[in-house]
Design a protein around this ligand. Sequence first.
Ligand SMILES: [Zn+2]
Length: 477
Amino acid sequence: MTQTNARLSVVNQDTLVKRQFGHRARLALSPAEVVKTDDQAHAARTLWNLLHAWWQMMPKEKRTLGHADAAIRQARQDIGFLAVLPAQAAQAVLKTYVQAWKNCWDGRADAPNFKGRFRAVMSVDIPQGRDLNIVRVHRRWGMASIPKVGRVRFRWTKDLPVGKHAGAENRITGARLVKDALGWHIAFRVQTLEVKPEPHQGPDIGIDVGVTVPLALSDGETYEHSEWLTGKEKAKLLHLEQRAAQRKQYRKPGEPTSRRLHHTYDQIAGLRAKAKRRALDWQHQTTTAIARTYGTVVVEALTLTNMVKSARGTVEEPGKNVTQKSGLNRSISGEAWGRTVTMLAYKTARHGGTLVKVPAPGTSRRCSACGHTTPGSRESQAVFACKNPDCGWSGNADYNAARNILHLYRMGHTLTPAAGRAVVRRAKRVKPATARQAGISQPHPGEHFKCSRSSTPSRAATTRSGLAKQRLSGSQR
Ligand SMILES: [Zn+2]
């Protein structure tokens, strides 16, 4: 028995919490292995497209898991290149596809559609964790088995429950291979049983998404970062973008994109991915530090449109560094706030703290010293100077806003008790699953296909479904 298990066994079972999370690591594949994995991903995408065509073509009563499974088995026999995809991964495609429809029926997502060769993210599922045989071989490297590819190395950046650390409660339940601009990655699904954290005794803190600083805290601390790309990298990105624009300009209408242009696009995507990865790293470090230090973290319930507006400023007081905040920087910072909140939500929960959201309006205009909102107090984007004659407080505008946010929480203006996971997006007209189960608006089984947001199949879809009919109908004959 390992040390961890020994420690857990003496702890009361009520104080243990099951935790499921993902961990993504970079794979080191040889060129031949990259080709094999690419082929698997293309086969998985093709299978999805065939399945979608089959689903749309089938009469409603025949759209069952059993029939779909039979069709997939037949297709894997009939179409040679589909066989490169392991059977388990093919099953996972079906499972994902059915889940996509369920998400659509529950109003969480649009109807599933065909996946394009260049737009869709390339991915392959490895649904069973025991197939992976993960071993740590070096301080920085681990090895895993990928079905039909072989043993591959991956970067070891987190201690995973493998080998003697694995058990019924602490284990890797599966993985997924995902390709982005920086190459193939493996995302592990990890399940652990941990001791429930003690309630965090740290202080309360308000956080504002700053205009002049990325994160301003109500105790006066700020979290800043440098530019995501160095001067040299930015110059290269600009050069590549100009070159891509030029090549695109000289392409005749209807001509396919040249290899050179594709290469330039790949280089651009690589640099952007690098910038995004640096931003993500900074966010992880910052949010971890905050979750460790503070007991209650209060944030504004901010919408994205508000934030872009605040960067741009108003006509009377234009924003600072507007050009710098547009483009790449903004596209990163735009996603960043939502992700920061998500990270804070699960990280505070892990450390025994809580994340609280308060309503946004007025936090940047109210004086945090006297509580008055007087016109003209916001002297510039950076400076706040109270115009109340009895007060006259002045200081950093972001610090002021952070203090207001904390004040709103202390006054009890809590908007949402933000729990450890993101709130499920749901279309307004769709009733929640509980209401449907209660028979309030039980759809006819056949009605399932008519997802409220699905559109009529396009011409491409119709022709492809004809193709799929020929290919997949073998199972029905
Ligand atoms: Zn004041």
